[in-house]
Design a protein around this ligand. Structure first.
Ligand code: AMP
Length: 367
């Protein structure tokens, strides 16, 4: 392996596992810095393939394809947390993989992840590991109703989770998640949802983007607003939570920490960590147009061991996802003032599918 403490020179190739829109935007940011990219994804229609120098279309378990990929790249990162962690670990034997495959492994299991977060002194909703209806009933008795049943593995965008209102819901909830090992979690009556997008360099440098406020619909992110409608103290606490997790993971790259803001006393606020995404994140897309550096460039700089600048937000911004056939309105949207449109070039529109996003800018009012 090359000396991984030196900055990767322009012209080097960065491999990206996963070919979705995040891989596409990472690849575009890498190109701006003079890097080449090589995207590895099993789906031949992956949107990132349209903007990469090289591609590998192969299953993540294809050892020969992985060996060729490792040979062809100078460093590897990933854009999707459900890449088999064994794939990332196999690559890491011959090439630098950031963030570390052990982090990928940890965040792939909600129980392990939540336990890690609370071990690090950060509050999470009450939770228990469950693997059958009797265990759910016992855990719900302790946690209280309503609660949420989530599969331990392979959940994203609200997939693999269901709400349990009362004991009679338990059998249906258990079959709704496919009878898989799960966690039962207290339903959090949150005031708001926010995310901390932070970056850590391999030398320990920490950077943070402004805290973003997120609105979900049916478990899918609908819009992100910056600044978030939270107190300065809560924003600082969210940033500190992001830093603490990035440091305790010896993380390299951009990490997103999703948090619930809950009421505390008369008009106080308290944070609970919901989850960690070991990658660039949908709630950081605003940085492309309202900030001195995007999350994508920040991530690629960290992976390449380049300096990490302090991000400076120069506009207020609302990011809105274009879901399903909303993308058909592209011409109307493209005519909106102060609005930047980003389309992912995806083949095939499905309801709820993320087809693009817009960033609507406004003059800076405050932080
Ligand atoms: P997740 O996949 O865990 O990020 O969940 C997706 C979304 O579902 C979250 O962003 C929340 O809007 C909602 N959600 C998840 N867990 C909870 C919870 N324990 N209490 C209330 N809402 C939740």
């Amino acid at each position: 392996m090359a000396d991984t403490s030196l900055p990767l020179p322009p012209g080097s190739t960065i491999g990206i596992l996963g070919g979705g829109q995040l891989g596409r935007m990472l690849s575009m940011a890498a190109a701006r810095l003079g890097f080449r990219t090589h995207v590895y994804c099993p789906d031949p229609d992956s949107p990132a393939f349209q903007v990469t120098d090289r591609r590998t279309v192969a299953p993540y378990e294809d050892q020969a394809a992985l060996a060729d990929f490792a040979q062809a790249v100078d460093a590897v990162t990933y854009e999707f947390e459900n890449i088999p962690s064994a794939t990332a670990a196999a690559l890491a034997r011959t090439v630098r993989v950031e963030p570390s495959p052990s982090i990928l492994d940890m965040t792939q299991d909600r129980y392990v992840e939540k336990s890690f977060i609370s071990r690090n002194g950060l509050a999470v909703a009450d939770f228990a590991t469950v693997s059958g209806t009797a265990e759910i009933e016992a855990a719900a008795g302790r946690i209280g109703y309503p609660c949420i049943l989530k599969t331990r593995r392979f959940g994203y965008d609200g997939k693999g989770q269901t709400r349990v209102e009362r004991p009679a819901d338990i059998p249906d909830a258990w079959s709704a998640i496919g009878g898989k090992p799960a966690i039962l979690e207290a339903h959090v009556p949150f005031l708001r949802e926010v995310s901390a997008i932070v970056a850590r360099g391999s030398d320990g440098t920490l950077r943070s983007f402004d805290i973003a406020e997120n609105r979900h619909e049916n478990g899918i992110l609908r819009s992100t607003t910056v600044p978030a409608g939270i107190s300065a103290a809560t924003a600082e606490a969210a940033r500190a939570a992001g830093y603490r997790l990035a440091e305790s993971l010896f993380y390299t790259g951009v990490v997103a920490v999703e948090l619930f803001v809950v009421a505390d006393g008369e008009d106080g606020e308290r944070l609970l960590v919901n989850e960690i995404a070991p990658r660039v994140h949908n709630s950081g897309h605003w940085t492309e147009d309202a900030c001195s550096i995007s999350q994508f460039e920040m991530h690629m700089r960290a992976v390449a061991n380049w300096p990490l600048p302090v991000p400076f937000r120069h506009s207020d911004v609302e990011m809105t996802n274009l879901l399903g056939n909303e993308v058909d309105n592209f011409a109307k949207i493209a005519a909106l003032p102060d609005t930047r449109i980003h389309l992912y070039g995806k083949v095939g529109v499905r309801p709820g599918r993320k087809m693009g996003h817009i960033n609507r800018l406004a003059p800076l009012r405050g932080r």
